[in-house]
Design a binder for this molecule. Structure first.
Ligand code: CA
Length: 272
């Protein structure tokens, strides 16, 4: 990097780096700078004015921190979770929301084991579940949850959102018990019924229906009770009709009934 003799060289360098990072994907990046404090290109024999230093740009803890640091475009970013750096989708248009679940393409199976629900699965450029442990970590401090839902356009309302001013998960030893409250939205609530429930998968039946296996009925992983009002990790149906297996689909019953499977869902969290 060649910098002229003008004043504020350091500031100029910083601005160039910030611009570089903004124009690229944010990532943990060590920028090794070689700064030439002269107006001419240095030569091997004339480097007396050359300085260098390494400036480390840290990972951000979530999309809100990225937003506050000036990364305000929607996109894929790297954040630092307890388990290490991870790519996530950030909804920056709405002020720094970290996407924890996304259903849109229908190519990723959500009928997954408990371990995969803990660790996360899927593809950040497609559909994914960020993992219960990561959700717990992201919402350790008071956080909100927003769920955006979209239909196939053949019913009303075509879209709806649900927002909860409190959303937190208990530890893994307590099966990631759900704490959710403070609903507002433009259709009815479908999650507070699940408040206090433990997370269930086909191999970990933590629902309260002793004679039923709600994860099998819902064909997904969720905070099943007896069994569900919402089933946003249910099987993707490429039409509005629910999947043929156990009549399960991506459902939000309070708004569209148990028979309607959604086209697109996004769940995202933000620290309050
Ligand atoms: Ca059961």
């Amino acid at each position: 990097m060649f910098i002229g003799e003008e004043a504020n060289k350091q500031l100029l360098v910083e601005k160039l780096i910030q611009k570089f990072i903004r124009e690229n994907i944010a990532r943990n990046i060590d920028v090794h700078l070689e700064v030439y404090w002269s107006s001419s290109e240095p030569t091997a024999t004339n480097d007396s004015n050359q300085g260098s230093y390494i400036r480390s740009y840290p990972l951000y803890i979530d999309c809100l921190e990225l937003y506050n640091q000036g990364f305000q475009k929607d996109g894929i970013y790297t954040i630092s979770l307890e388990t290490g750096p991870r790519l996530v989708r950030c909804d920056q248009n709405n002020g720094g929301w970290t996407v924890i679940q996304r259903r849109e393409y229908g190519e990723e199976s959500f009928y997954r084991s408990g371990q995969l629900y803990v660790d996360g699965f899927g593809e950040v450029y497609g559909d994914y579940w960020i993992g219960l442990e990561n959700i717990r970590y992201l919402t350790e401090t008071s956080s909100s949850l927003v769920i955006e839902m979209e239909t196939f356009g053949d019913t009303s309302p075509n879209e709806a959102f649900a927002r909860y001013s409190n959303f937190q998960l208990d530890s893994g030893s307590n099966q990631y018990r759900l704490a959710v409250s403070g609903f507002e939205g433009d259709c009815d609530d479908g999650l507070e019924y699940h408040n206090g429930a433990k997370f269930s998968t086909y191999d970990f039946d933590n629902d309260i229906a002793s004679d039923r296996d709600c994860a099998d009925e819902g064909q997904g992983g969720w905070w099943y009770v007896m069994c569900y009002d919402s089933n946003l990790n249910g099987p993707y149906s490429h039409s509005s009709y629910v999947n043929v297996v156990n009549d399960a689909g991506i459902t939000w019953a309070s708004c569209w009934g148990y028979g309607y499977s959604l086209k697109r869902v996004e769940m995202k969290v933000k620290r309050n």
